[in-house]
Design a binder for this molecule. Structure first.
Ligand SMILES: [Zn+2]
Length: 138
């Protein structure tokens, strides 16, 4: 079952497998949020508690969504954390998505396999989404 405990286990797995050199100076929470069709993940830092919150779309609780797509989204947010966005780490870039930094970071950390599955999935998903919105207009 894909619940918040499962999501935390994916975060732990990805962190130890691909981000083992990145220390965790603050608390990091992860949870499923609302069912968002276009925004799959987000990361924010709560300055009051100095904690980082990662939110993953509730849509990914569906087991039809490939595991690699969920992992890709978590890894994407972990790249932001690594680059000092919504985290206590030193900020490495001016903007979080500057010049394909996320893709480069994922490749450098051996996550090309996640990126590839995500690219294939998103292609089909965009088509599905178009059909969905077309139907709703009628
Ligand atoms: Zn991002």
């Amino acid at each position: 079952m894909r619940d918040n405990t499962w999501l935390l286990s994916r975060l732990d797995y990805l962190w130890s497998k691909h981000f083992a050199d990145i220390n965790q100076p603050n608390r990091v929470f992860i949870r499923f949020g609302r069912f968002a069709r276009l925004r799959f993940g987000s990361i924010m830092l709560d300055r009051k508690s100095d904690s980082t919150y990662i939110t993953i779309t509730g849509m990914f609780q569906d087991v039809k969504i490939p595991l690699e797509v969920v992992d890709h989204t978590i890894a994407h947010e972990l790249c932001h954390y690594t680059h000092g966005f919504s985290s206590p780490h030193v900020r490495l870039h001016k903007y979080p998505h500057e010049g394909g930094v996320i893709k480069k970071e994922m490749e450098r950390r051996g996550m090309t396999y996640l990126y590839k599955t995500y690219r294939l999935w998103i292609r089909g998903y965009r088509k599905e989404l178009k059909t969905y919105y077309r139907r709703r207009r009628i």
